[in-house]
Design a protein. Structure first.
Length: 305
């Protein structure tokens, strides 16, 4: 089966970028979110990203216009999925919301349509069970930023058919992505390896093994990571780290216990620099700078250990 028309549900951080991947891959791409404000915000992000790519000389005006011309937007799932060959869901990481969205996707899309989820930690089997076509359900775990990261994890549920799997691999290849096929298990391969390491960096900080700056520098200079684990958590959100570690802990056992410092920081509302309070600055730069910045209105309050 050839995938020519795609629908992306959710135009947040990931959905917007996934839409770009599909449109740049030459597919008609219908994109949906819950309100016209969310749709507008998503579309602005798409336009800004493509403009940035053009400025950097990565794409020309023609490629930018072509990608944008292939994208349509709306708030009506049934309408958007009605002639899609593939629907990719990128809504909140919440099993009930995902199952409800999959039910709607299943009810409104043609029989041949493949239904994919971008979940990071949930079981594809559990999401697929909300549909009448579990053999056509699959995980396409794009990584942030999806339009630039070369790899996508393709997750086979217990009954995902070979035809579904092969069509998705073929489609992603045409969109310029490398793929790895992984089994259905929380965190798949990448998050299962990476997030416990980030969690461990918080244990190292908590037990005074080294300063935040030293922990991160060990990883950037010693291991060649583009970003240290603490700075990375600051960027993608401590609440997300905690939610993922809680799932791993519940599903996979004790060695995935969330670090108490992460629990404490999340309770105190220190979720990361894109989520109001920049916890990393407190550790790396110290309370004096933090207070000064707070006066400038950049940080809301200070975390006391
Ligand atoms: N952000 C990351 O680093 C990252 C990386 C890989 C995978 N993921 C996964 O991708 C998914 C999306 O994450 P995100 O970071 O883009 O979240 P986000 O909060 O930025 O965006 C989610 C979007 O979904 C929309 N939405 C919610 N319910 C909806 C519904 N019923 N119908 C249509 N739209 C709906 C929201 O309005 C929002 O715009 C999650 O499953 C997440 O685990 C995230």
């Amino acid at each position: 089966m050839k995938i020519k028309k795609v629908c992306v549900i959710g135009m947040g951080t990931m959905g917007s970028q996934i839409g770009i991947v599909c449109a740049k891959g030459g597919c008609e791409t219908a994109m949906v979110d819950t309100s016209s404000d969310q749709v507008e915000r998503g579309l602005e992000n798409i336009q800004a990203f493509l403009q940035g790519q053009k400025k950097k000389g990565k794409i020309d005006q023609k490629a930018k216009d072509r990608a944008l011309s292939l994208i349509t937007t709306g708030t009506d799932i049934p309408r958007a999925v009605k002639d899609a060959d593939l629907v990719i869901e990128a809504v909140y990481e919440d099993i009930e919301i995902k199952r409800d969205t999959f039910k709607k996707m299943d009810e409104a899309s043609p029989e041949h349509t493949i239904l994919a989820s971008n979940t990071s930690t949930l079981w594809i089997a559990e999401i697929a069970a909300a549909t009448n076509r579990p053999e056509k359900c699959i995980g396409t775990h794009f990584l942030i930023p999806a339009a630039l990261t070369p790899l996508v994890e393709v997750v086979r549920g217990p009954v995902t058919s070979d035809e579904t799997h092969d069509a998705v691999i073929d489609f992603l290849g045409k969109c310029g992505k490398e793929t790895v096929t992984v089994a259905d298990s929380p965190g798949f391969v990448i998050n299962r390896l990476y997030l416990p390491m980030v969690n461990e960096a918080f244990f190292a900080l908590e037990t005074g093994l080294a300063s935040a700056e030293e922990i991160d520098r060990s990883c950037t200079k010693g291991l060649g990571y583009p970003l240290g684990p603490l700075a990375a958590a600051d960027a993608f959100g401590l609440d997300i780290l905690l939610a993922c570690m809680k799932t791993f802990h519940r599903e996979l056992g004790d060695k995935y216990r969330p670090c108490p410092l992460v629990v404490k920081l999340v309770k105190a509302g220190h979720l990361g620099r894109n989520r109001i309070i920049w916890f990393y600055a407190h550790y790396a730069l110290g309370p004096i700078l933090l207070r000064r910045k707070a006066k400038e209105g950049i940080w809301i309050n200070e975390f006391h250990r």
